[in-house]
Ligand binder design. Structure first.
Ligand code: SF4
Ligand code: ZN
Length: 308
């Protein structure tokens, strides 16, 4: 006989380790959605009439994020969901993920906006990697800075009030630990800035699924048959993150709740930094007009190598 669901007694299909709940498909879906709703409410991430740009990568995390938001936002008819994909131009990778993103949006009856690095910056990431002068700047350094800029530009263009991204609990806990181990706890504050302290010209960011574990996300996507693309980027240079991931997975296995505790510590650090007077003054980049603490923003200084 199969194990009964801890919530309703129907046959369970999934064990949620950190709560030790056995869940049937329907309770897995409901409790996952409820968890996201709670994260949104607690972090005051969204308002009832927000136009929400949802960053869609084509992977499982953003697929689950969008599907859950569609369900939650049914209760808030004045909210608008605007799925948005940044196509960096990585052949054999992003183009295939983009197909999954399109399939997902058509399943959910939403129009997908796509912006490419080529249109926004004049070059695809593949071109940048081939033509960079200094190969010590890795593909991910260009990609991360430019994608951040691209998302902000696109969100401003479509007049979004907020950009939501599909960072999950595992990603977030890894990032907190990596920043601590690099001695850069200030960065934790920069990546977790709340909407209560906006920066002019920067569309606020929120991470509604940051309390969902990767395991919960995979199960949710599987049981709801969400289309997604699950191949690693050919440029991935994540040796350090992989070490942290292995270590944290072991800790989580031994002591369930470790990841969530790290996330809470990261949030607490971010809150403390937000209360301190801002050291860096934010003004407009002299080249592109985006907010920056320097004269020229990071994206423009990276692109200068290729003639602007
Ligand atoms: Fe960009 Fe690096 Fe991620 Fe590939 S692995 S999509 S290059 S940040
Ligand atoms: Zn700039």
């Amino acid at each position: 006989m199969s194990t009964p669901c801890s919530k309703c007694g129907k046959p369970a299909v999934y064990l949620r380790r950190y709560t030790m709940e056995q869940l049937c498909k329907s309770c897995l879906v409901k409790t996952t959605q409820l968890r996201v709703q709670k994260t949104i409410n607690k972090g005051k991430m969204l308002r009832e009439d927000d136009r929400i740009a949802v960053a869609i990568s084509g992977g499982k995390d953003s697929a689950v994020l969008l599907e859950i938001l569609v369900q939650i936002e049914k209760d808030y008819p004045r909210t608008e969901l605007a799925p948005l994909t940044i196509d960096e131009g990585i052949k054999g990778y992003r183009d295939r993920a983009l197909e999954a993103a399109r399939e997902l949006c058509s399943k959910l009856d939403l129009a997908l906006e796509v912006r490419t690095f080529k249109d926004l910056f004049g070059h695809s990431l593949d071109w940048i990697v081939e033509n960079r002068e200094n190969s010590s700047t890795g593909a991910c350094s260009y990609c991360g800075v430019l994608r951040r800029q691209a998302l902000n530009t696109a969100a401003l263009e479509i007049e979004a009030d907020v950009v939501v991204t599909g960072h999950n609990l595992d990603d977030e806990a890894q990032t907190v630990v990596m920043n601590v181990m690099r001695g850069d706890s200030r960065r934790i504050a920069r990546t977790n800035r709340s909407q209560e302290f906006p920066i002019p010209g920067l569309v606020p960011r929120a991470k509604p699924i940051k309390e969902l574990s990767e395991r919960d996300i995979v199960a949710y996507a599987y049981y709801l048959h969400l289309p997604y693309h699950d191949v690693t980027c050919p440029y991935a240079e994540e040796a350090y993150r992989n070490d942290i991931r292995t270590f944290l997975n072991e800790m989580e296995h031994k002591r369930p709740g470790t990841l969530l505790a790290i996330l809470r510590s990261g949030d607490a650090i971010a809150e403390i930094y937000e209360l301190l007077p801002q050291v860096a003054r934010i003004h407009k980049c002299v080249s592109c007009g985006m907010p920056t603490s320097k004269k020229i923003c990071k994206a423009c200084s990276l692109l200068a190598e290729f003639g602007g």
